[in-house]
Ligand binder design. Structure first.
Ligand code: UFG
Length: 337
């Protein structure tokens, strides 16, 4: 059985589906602080999924998981992930992200589980020195969120050397889209990400989309990001798990597409997919946004044989389908039955 921490969240839930499709049994461990019980209920329809509500900062919660289940490997998503919040409240990020991971690793050691796939981020690189960003790029995070993820990466290196606990750290760029069958999708409260915010503004009662910064040194003045489809991203986790199962050594990979799109290009794509003229409010820059972030994904292609396949437009189309589900409240109606 694979333990998935944070499996009720956006990226975790799509990875649970990918695991089920590959024949794995899954135990989701989640405190439901940002994830949703409705997501867990939906996942249970598609395979063997157990759920344990618990908090990684409480060592007895996580120890009891390893005591009660036979865990082969861990995929670790559970974390807070809002950059701006992490600047205002670093303690929350270090206590939960770093402290929680320390408890998880300690339970893994106690119960002899020696394989972990970890959800890391492009935010560990900080302000880019060159683009596209490969794995050799210096890691100098500029906010506590990125710093907390980098600390965990370093801890994992030490645990490999000392205890032979092997890890694969996946450094995500901008994750986009939803399950192609509409089973799960992106569901943050509040939502801060670009694509869902543009799409939400198309529904009645939605807020006007705010475009942050049109004076960057980029081709159209707006920020460039590398949008990786969520199902392509989930597939990389399966490959990382198989890599560890086949004896692969501790490693780290960028997950992105090698291509950048500006905020204005994403906006235009959303107008095309939704077939609507979307009102936009041009605002000053958002603090802490680097002008451009684009991945070099060569290493993941070579070592994991990973190939991202889905286009940005496809991701937006699936994200829009999901927003319709969220907006129609089908989820909450079903879960209360
Ligand atoms: N943006 C808007 N309006 C919005 C939301 C975003 O204009 O309502 C712009 C941002 O200013 C930025 C771009 O859209 O230029 C992308 O912003 P997102 O918030 O969607 O994504 P980020 O690039 O800020 O963040 C992502 C992940 C973080 C991770 C970071 C690493 O969501 O978890 O990449 O750089 F830390």
């Amino acid at each position: 059985m694979i333990l998935v921490t944070g499996g009720a969240g956006y990226i975790g839930s799509h990875c649970v589906l990918a695991l089920l499709e590959h024949g794995y049994d899954v135990l989701i461990f989640d405190n439901l602080s940002t994830g949703h019980i409705e997501t867990v209920e939906r996942l249970k329809k598609y395979g063997k999924v157990d759920f344990q509500k618990g908090d990684l900062t409480n060592i007895s919660d996580i120890n009891s998981v390893f005591r009660n289940y036979s865990i082969d490997a861990v995929i670790h998503f559970a974390a807070f992930s809002q950059v701006a919040e992490s600047v205002k409240n670093p303690q929350k990020y270090y206590m939960n992200n770093v402290g929680g991971t320390m408890n998880l690793l300690s339970a893994m050691l106690e119960f002899g589980v020696k394989k972990i796939v970890f959800s890391s981020t492009a935010a560990t690189y900080g302000e880019p020195v060159y683009i596209p960003i490969d794995e050799k790029h210096p890691q100098n995070p500029i906010n506590p969120y990125g710093q907390s993820k980098l600390m965990i990466e370093k801890i994992m290196d030490d645990y490999d050397k000392a205890y032979n606990l092997r890890s694969v750290r996946l450094r995500y760029f901008n994750v986009a889209g939803a399950d192609s069958q509409g089973r799960v999708g992106e569901w943050h409260e509040p939502e801060t990400h670009l694509i869902p915010n543009i799409l939400k503004s198309t529904f009645s009662g939605g807020q006007t989309f705010k475009m942050f910064g049109t004076d960057y040194d980029t081709k159209d003045g707006t920020c460039v990001r590398d949008y990786i489809n969520i199902e392509d991203l989930a597939k990389a986790h399966i490959l990382a798990l198989e890599y560890l199962n086949n004896g692969g050594e501790t490693n780290f990979f960028n997950l992105g597409t090698n291509e950048g799109n500006t905020v204005k290009e994403v906006f235009a794509s959303c107008e095309k997919v939704t077939n609507k003229n979307i009102p936009v409010d041009v605002c000053p820059r958002r603090e802490g946004d680097p002008a451009s972030l684009v991945a070099d994904n060569t290493k993941a292609k070579h070592v994991l044989q990973w190939l991202p396949e889905k286009s940005l437009e496809y991701s937006i189309d699936k994200a829009f389908e999901w927003e319709k589900i969220l907006n129609s409240s089908i989820l909450t109606t079903n879960s209360s039955k």
